[in-house]
Design a binder for this molecule. Structure first.
Ligand code: G3P
Length: 215
């Protein structure tokens, strides 16, 4: 399973790249706003230079023509830009046009397996089911991911599933068990993935024993 980082914060992307497990980046308008980004194009270019993996940049337009125009502009920023389009009817139409031009499209705000099927049929390179936000409505978000993966397997779609809106390490575990292609993870959850109290306790003991022996 590939690991993307779900952030627009340059320092987090740089640090994640340093650990060697950064396969791409996903941003969205809220994440860009959180970093108070003014020069969106410049910011996306800077992120693209930090990874050779795909960097999802989301359009703001909501009509098909506007999305296509904006998508073309974003795709021209760097060879590894993936254009993020919302899963709406105009978004699907724009997805078909941009995908046919060879642009990788990431269909975002996906909350049902059939929405994911529509995106795959429109040529999306990626679909992003939002598991955390679905969990919050009382529906099992990861079950949706399992169903999307079954549908894609049934019909041989090459569209890759990016598990998004990840809230905790268990989402990452279930994504890997389900065979999701990619999980996009906030930096705080990446930290949690590495942490285990028995690792910390074990290290303390090793160091204390070593000190006793050498002191
Ligand atoms: O980037 C898309 C998605 O991961 C957003 O997650 O935390 O806003 O539900 P969240």
């Amino acid at each position: 399973m590939r690991f993307f980082i779900d952030t627009a914060r340059i320092e987090e992307i740089r640090e994640a790249a340093g650990y060697g497990f950064l396969d791409g980046v996903t941003t969205n308008p809220s994440l860009m706003a959180r970093e108070k980004v003014r020069d969106t194009d410049g910011h996306i270019r800077e992120i693209c230079a930090l990874t050779s993996g795909p960097v999802s940049a989301e359009v703001i337009a909501t009509d098909c023509d506007g999305m296509v125009k904006e998508g073309r502009r974003l795709a021209a920023l760097a060879p590894n830009v993936a254009v993020k389009l919302p899963l709406t009817m105009p978004g699907l139409a724009a997805c078909r046009i941009l995908s046919a031009e060879g642009t990788a499209v990431n269909a975002t705000l996906v909350f049902s397996p059939v929405q994911a099927l529509l995106a795959a049929k429109s040529g999306a390179a990626y679909v992003s089911p939002f598991v955390g936000r679905l969990d919050e409505t009382g529906t099992d978000g990861m079950r949706m991911v399992e169903e999307v993966l079954s549908i894609f397997r049934n019909y041989g779609f090459t569209t890759e599933v990016i598990v998004a809106s990840v809230r905790h390490p268990r989402h990452v575990l279930r994504a890997a068990l389900a065979g999701a292609h990619i999980c996009t993870i906030p930096f705080a959850v990446i930290r949690q993935l590495a942490a285990h109290p028995l690792t910390d306790r074990g290290l303390e003991t090793f160091l204390a024993d070593w000190k006793k022996n050498s002191g």
